[in-house]
Ligand binder design. Structure first.
Ligand code: GLN
Length: 286
C-alpha cells in the first residue's frame, strides 16, 4: 500500500471518532514516527510504497486509535514547547494551553536575567505530571533552580525520565500540596492543578476520560478551588518579596479565582486568555 492510500484508509476508519482534519493529523503524527519522515516529506511522498513491517506498525496504531486511545499514549510521547516528552497513563498529556503558561513565565523572567545576570531565580512547580512545566522552564531559564512536587510517585518517575532525556537537573519532591510545608522561598511558584468539575465531564472526550489519570484532571470533593487555595496559602508564606504566582485555570472559574486571590491579599492580578480566547491563566504578586 502507498502512503496516500493508507492516509485515506485512516480517515475512513477513524470517521466515527475523528473528523477528517483530525484523522489526517493523526496519520501524519503516526507516519512521521514510524517512517521517520518529516511532515513535508510525507506529503510529497504520497506515492511511495510502505514496507510490510511499517504497514503492520501503522495498522496496529490505527487499531489503538479506533478504541479511543490518545495518540500520545500509543506513541508514548508528546510534544511540548519544542521538546518531546515521554508520557503514559500515569501522567496528564501536556496541553498547548500549558505551553502558553510556560511561555508567559519564560518571557517575564528572561528580562529579569538581563537586569541582573548573576541572579539565580528559584522556581517551584506544583503538580509535576510529565514534568513538562519544570523541565521546560529549566531548559529555557538556564540559571534557574527548579523544584517540582507531585503526590504521585508514578508521575515523578516519568518526569525524572524526561529530565534525564532532556538533560536538565531539577529537584523532585513527593508530597501532597494540601499538607506540604517548606521553609524554602521562591521567586516563582507555578501550577496547573486538577481543575475539572463533575459537571464538566459531559463536555470531555471519552479518550481523555478513559485514558488520562483522574487524579490529574478532577478537583477533590467537588471543591473547585481546593488546590488553588492551598497553593495560594503556600505562596503567601513561601514567595520571596516581588515573587510571582502563576496558575493555569478553569475557563469558567476566572471570577472566583480572582476573588480568591484578592481575598488572600495578592496584588497586580493579571488574567490571560489562551489561543482559543478562553480565560486560562492568572499571574499574581505579593
Ligand atoms: N504540570 C503537568 C502539566 O501541566 C501536570 C498537571 C496535572 O497533572 N494536573 O501537564
Amino acid at each position: 500500500m502507498k502512503i496516500g492510500e493508507l492516509a485515506a484508509h485512516y480517515e475512513l476508519e477513524l470517521e466515527p471518532l475523528y473528523d477528517s482534519n483530525e484523522a489526517k493529523a493523526l496519520f501524519s503524527v503516526a507516519a512521521e514516527q514510524v517512517l521517520a519522515l518529516s511532515s513535508a516529506k510525507l506529503i510529497m511522498q504520497k506515492d511511495i510504497d510502505i514496507s510490510f513491517i511499517n504497514m503492520q506498525k501503522l495498522l496496529s496504531i490505527l487499531n489503538d486509535l479506533q478504541i479511543g486511545k490518545p495518540i500520545q499514549h500509543i506513541l508514548e510521547e508528546a510534544h511540548f514547547y519544542g521538546a518531546v516528552f515521554k508520557v503514559n497513563e500515569q501522567v496528564l498529556i501536556p496541553r498547548p494551553e500549558t505551553e502558553e503558561l510556560v511561555d508567559w513565565i519564560i518571557s517575564d523572567n528572561s528580562s529579569r536575567f538581563l537586569v541582573n545576570t548573576n541572579y539565580k531565580i528559584s522556581i517551584l512547580d506544583i503538580g509535576t505530571g510529565s514534568g513538562c512545566i519544570p523541565i521546560t522552564l529549566k531548559k529555557h531559564l538556564l540559571k534557574a533552580e527548579v523544584s517540582t512536587l507531585d503526590v504521585s510517585a508514578n508521575a515523578i518517575a516519568v518526569a525524572k525520565e524526561n529530565a534525564e532525556r532532556i538533560n536538565v537537573k531539577i529537584k523532585f519532591i513527593e508530597a501532597d500540596i494540601l499538607t506540604f510545608k517548606s521553609e524554602e522561598k521562591f521567586d516563582v511558584i507555578v501550577s496547573n492543578p486538577p481543575y475539572i468539575r463533575d459537571l464538566e465531564k459531559s463536555d470531555m472526550h471519552n479518550n481523555v476520560l478513559v485514558y488520562e489519570p483522574h487524579l490529574a484532571l478532577f478537583v477533590r470533593d467537588e471543591n473547585p478551588l481546593i488546590f488553588y487555595k492551598a497553593i495560594a496559602d503556600f505562596a503567601r508564606t513561601n514567595l520571596k518579596p516581588n515573587g510571582q504566582l502563576y496558575f493555569e485555570i478553569n475557563e469558567y472559574l476566572s471570577k472566583e479565582m480572582i476573588e480568591m486571590l484578592v481575598s488572600k491579599g495578592f496584588i497586580d492580578i493579571k488574567l490571560r486568555k489562551d489561543m482559543q480566547g478562553k480565560d486560562r491563566m492568572v499571574r499574581a504578586g505579593i
